[in-house]
Design a protein. Structure first.
Length: 231
């Protein structure tokens, strides 16, 4: 989808959402005002802005399909057809983000648009996600989860309740501060299980270790536990 098409799609979704899900219409209007004065060529050059816009469009379309179903029972059946990680995103975290005040949204929108947001660990995350997918475990990655909810990936192995995970190459001296901020963020959004995993990318086979720890805790970690793990 090109930048011009994205802008038109946002306007169309705002109209559709206004009668079905006003909180979604409000969020989309905020996003539309954020990008409407950016020329298509300039918008196309901002790869993270474009990636976020495509993601929010897909999520909005899916959300409107579910919310357009005529009864609560039919909506619950639609959720039940999703894998556990996607179900958690659409039935819990995404609607929370639509309805609640997001104190970080204004800040990271600015960073995305200014080009100061860099996913330095993006290739690590991609390797981890690929291995998790290869092991047939449902996984969700969203910019909203990453930037607002301190969650790089949401996984659900054999337990139906997904686990929110943040991965970081943070040095040990900052571990305490960042892990504390991470736990506060998860509590703010009502996320009941979390894993904060700090790793050293120079260690051999660290991706395999991350995947094993993530899947094990997806199955075993109890509710209302926020585990900090320094690999």
């Amino acid at each position: 989808m090109q930048a011009k098409e994205i802008k038109e799609k946002l306007k169309s979704l705002i109209i559709d959402a206004s009668s079905i899900e006003p909180c979604l219409a409000k969020r989309l209007d905020e996003i539309n005002r954020w990008v409407k004065d950016v020329k298509p060529g300039s918008l196309t050059a901002k790869k993270f802005v474009m990636a976020f816009l495509l993601q929010i469009i897909r999520d909005s379309e899916a959300w409107l399909i579910i919310k357009s179903l005529p009864s609560e029972d039919e909506q619950q059946l639609a959720f039940a057809e999703l894998n556990p990680a996607l179900r958690y995103w659409y039935s819990d975290l995404f609607p929370k983000w639509l309805n609640e005040n997001d104190p970080k949204f204004y800040i990271w929108k600015q960073k995305l648009m200014a080009g100061t947001f860099h996913q330095d660990d993006g290739h690590f995350l991609k390797s981890v996600a690929n291995q998790i997918n290869h092991r047939q475990c449902p996984i969700v990655k969203r910019y909203i989860a990453d930037l607002s909810m301190a969650t790089d990936i949401i996984v659900s192995n054999e337990q139906q309740k997904p686990l929110c995970i943040q991965l970081t190459t943070l040095s040990e001296e900052f571990f305490q501060e960042k892990s504390g901020n991470w736990e506060n963020t998860l509590r703010f959004w009502g996320i009941e299980r979390g894993l904060f995993l700090s790793f050293n990318p120079s260690e051999p086979d660290f991706v395999h270790q991350i995947v094993n720890i993530a899947l094990y805790n997806s199955d075993k970690l109890r509710s209302r536990v926020y585990l900090k793990f320094n690999l």
